[in-house]
Ligand binder design. Structure first.
Ligand SMILES: Nc1nc2c(ncn2[C@@H]2O[C@H](COP(=O)(O)OP(=O)(O)OP(=O)(O)O)[C@@H](O)[C@H]2O)c(=O)[nH]1
Ligand SMILES: [Mg+2]
Length: 275
């Protein structure tokens, strides 16, 4: 994307975020979030969202949680179901993708005082019982970024192409980032809220590898915990068929690695010229 198109998109994103945050404030008031924000993106998940939000732990390691669901361009009432269940919904007026939705959720978490972020998916594929273990190394200060790994735990998915893709992309990221990674696209992650202010997150939809690679290349201490990856019981994937998903995912992965590598080269060069 050229510079002018990128700055146009940033301006549009800012406008959409502003509308959503104002609507959130009008509905939920000026509440402060609990120390742990469990943030999920949801698009057309009306059939399962109530079960998912009600299954999230209210307290982890003695820290209260706030469940924040970011929906965008919805027409099936997902946001209303979240609010009726007593949880928090950020509702953006247009559909932009999971990456843009999570970014908005991270922003809300920063602005409303949360200390830790945990992500999960709204489609019920993440097991809420795995969340505490993911947050543990972050709270104790052992790690700056924790990812769930279905390969260290288990996956109920039987799609061979998907399962092979998980191994291929994990191997690629391990080599490129020189850090052992076994699952790059797991919905469960935990990190301090402050991290989201110091890394670049730009991808509108395929966000998992961008967040992971940016965190590792920003120097985060990385850990993985075993998790169970369940299959979707209702609704449909928003990521396209295996081939399109794999291709787009790979493109984001390589683009992010290149961007971060260039950034660190520029920093090294300017540090050298300063001495
Ligand atoms: N707000 C919002 N959420 C989205 C969008 N696309 C996907 N999501 C949510 O992001 C989560 C993951 O999306 P999925 O479509 O399940 O994709 P995935 O889990 O990466 O891949 P699958 O293995 O195909 O399920 C789900 O909770 C979706 O509802 C979007 O455009 N906007
Ligand atoms: Mg899914």
């Amino acid at each position: 994307m050229n510079t002018r198109a990128a700055s146009r998109r940033r301006a549009t994103d800012e406008l959409v975020d502003r509308v959503a945050l104002d609507e959130f404030a009008a509905f939920h008031g000026d509440l402060t979030l609990n120390p742990v924000a469990i943030v999920m993106a949801a698009y057309k998940e009306a059939d399962c969202i109530e079960t998912v939000v009600k299954g999230m732990p209210p307290v982890i390691h003695g820290l209260d949680t706030s469940v924040v669901v970011v929906v965008d361009g919805e027409d099936d009432g997902t946001g209303r179901i979240v609010r009726d269940a007593g949880h928090l919904a950020v509702i953006a007026p247009v559909n932009r993708g999971q990456g843009a939705a999570l970014r908005l959720g991270y922003r809300l978490a920063r602005e409303r005082g949360a200390r830790y972020l945990v992500t999960a998916d709204a489609d019920g594929q993440a097991d809420p019982d795995d969340i505490a273990a993911a947050l543990d190394p972050v709270v104790t200060g052992e790690a700056d970024f924790v990812n769930g790994s279905r390969r260290l735990g288990e996956t109920h998915g039987t799609d061979l192409m998907r399962n092979v893709g998980v191994v291929v992309y994990a191997t690629l990221v391990s080599v490129l980032c020189r850090t052992p990674v076994t699952d790059t696209a797991n919905p469960i992650r935990a990190f301090p809220v402050a991290l989201t202010a110091r890394i670049d997150l730009e991808e509108p939809q395929y966000q998992a590898s961008e967040l992971l690679i940016s965190a590792i290349m920003a120097g985060c201490r990385y850990e993985e915990v075993p998790v169970t990856m369940r299959t979707r019981v209702t609704g449909a994937s928003k990521k396209g068929g295996n081939f399109a998903y794999g291709l787009r995912y790979g493109r984001v992965l390589l683009r992010t690695w290149w961007r971060e590598r260039e950034k660190s080269r520029r920093l090294t060069a300017s540090a050298r010229s300063a001495v």
